[in-house]
Design a protein around this ligand. Structure first.
Ligand code: CP
Length: 306
């Protein structure tokens, strides 16, 4: 039995196979429509979510399985003080696989140690969000045709944005990936990512403040929202929240084939006028999130479809 806590839990070869499977699901959805009949996924969400929870549920329903779970700590026995370890022991009796989101870093890992079903980290605090990374990798590979030889700009809240941390961890394993880290001083990438992931892997990267300076050289721009829920005071959040706004004028600085990605939800950091630009890929990214979660469920449940 296998759990997924980080994108690094898969080797590059396993990731390729997973992404190939996701592309096959996209091309042949009917082939997979009954693959998980009789199986159940539990979505245990102690933090709000639209995409991750609903895409896991859509993924299992698309595979012919069923779903159960909760969408807030308040609506579970966590509100009465039940621990994550006890909760997963209970859920292991009800479901075949589970996806857990929790505000505390490491909570899904703690759950996995007591679980008798595969546990998928669906986002733990400001730490990791591996299935968003699988979504991002599938989107980039499908729309750009490669995961190597790219210059990617990561823009916004690089301090608290767990999607950025997971994506950097995943992309350093591919050759010739250059990172342009675009953030205000206060929201720079954490030291452990800069030192232990980027420098340790001799990765090409630079840190800049102005989005306009970075845009012309990018193949991909990964925008992120300022993570309001991780700020200690409202005043700092208000000061930071509109630091970057990607609009039509800024898009004129970008390459004609640069793609704009965003894990969503968006607040103000991408103006809605950019949505009609053919380079805006963030809604396609959402659809890829369903295919890759279907592939992940099949892989972890060891279901083979011929
Ligand atoms: N991208 C993402 O994690 O979105 P949700 O918070 O809506 O799940």
């Amino acid at each position: 039995m296998r759990h997924i806590m980080s994108p690094l839990d898969f080797t590059v070869e396993e990731l390729d196979q997973l992404l190939d499977l996701a592309n096959d699901i996209e091309a042949n959805p009917a082939k997979y429509a009954h693959a998980c009949e009789g199986k159940k996924i539990a979505t245990l969400f102690y933090e709000p979510s639209t995409r991750t929870r609903l895409s896991f549920e859509a993924a299992m329903l698309n595979l012919g399985g069923s779903v159960l779970g909760f969408s807030s700590a308040d609506s579970s026995s966590a509100a009465k003080g039940e621990s994550v370890s006890d909760t997963i022991r209970i859920v292991s009796c009800y479901a075949d696989i589970c996806a857990m989101r929790h505000p505390k870093e490491g909570a899904p890992l703690v759950a996995s140690m007591k679980s008798s079903i595969p546990v998928i980290n669906a986002g733990d605090g400001g730490h990791q969000h591996p299935t968003q990374t699988l979504t991002d990798l599938l989107t980039i590979r499908s729309l750009k045709g490669r995961l190597d030889h790219i210059t990617i700009g990561l823009c916004g809240d690089l301090k608290f944005g767990r999607t950025v941390h997971s994506l950097i961890n995943a992309l350093v394993r591919y050759p010739e990936v250059t990172f342009v880290l675009i953030s205000p001083e206060e929201l720079r990438i954490p030291d452990y990512i800069r030192e232990d992931v980027l420098r340790k892997n001799n990765q090409k990267f630079k840190e800049v403040v102005r989005l306009e300076d970075a845009l012309p050289e990018l193949d991909l721009l990964y925008m992120t929202r300022v993570q309001k829920e991780r700020f200690f005071n409202e005043e700092d959040y208000v000061r930071m929240k509109d630091f970057y706004i990607l609009d039509k004028t800024k898009m004129e600085l970008a390459k004609p084939d640069m793609l704009v990605l965003h894990p969503l939800p968006r607040v103000n950091e991408i103006s809605v006028e950019v949505d009609d630009d053919p380079r805006a890929a963030y809604f396609k990214q959402v659809q890829y999130g369903v295919y890759v979660r279907m592939a992940l469920i099949l892989t972890l449940l060891e279901v083979k479809v011929c």
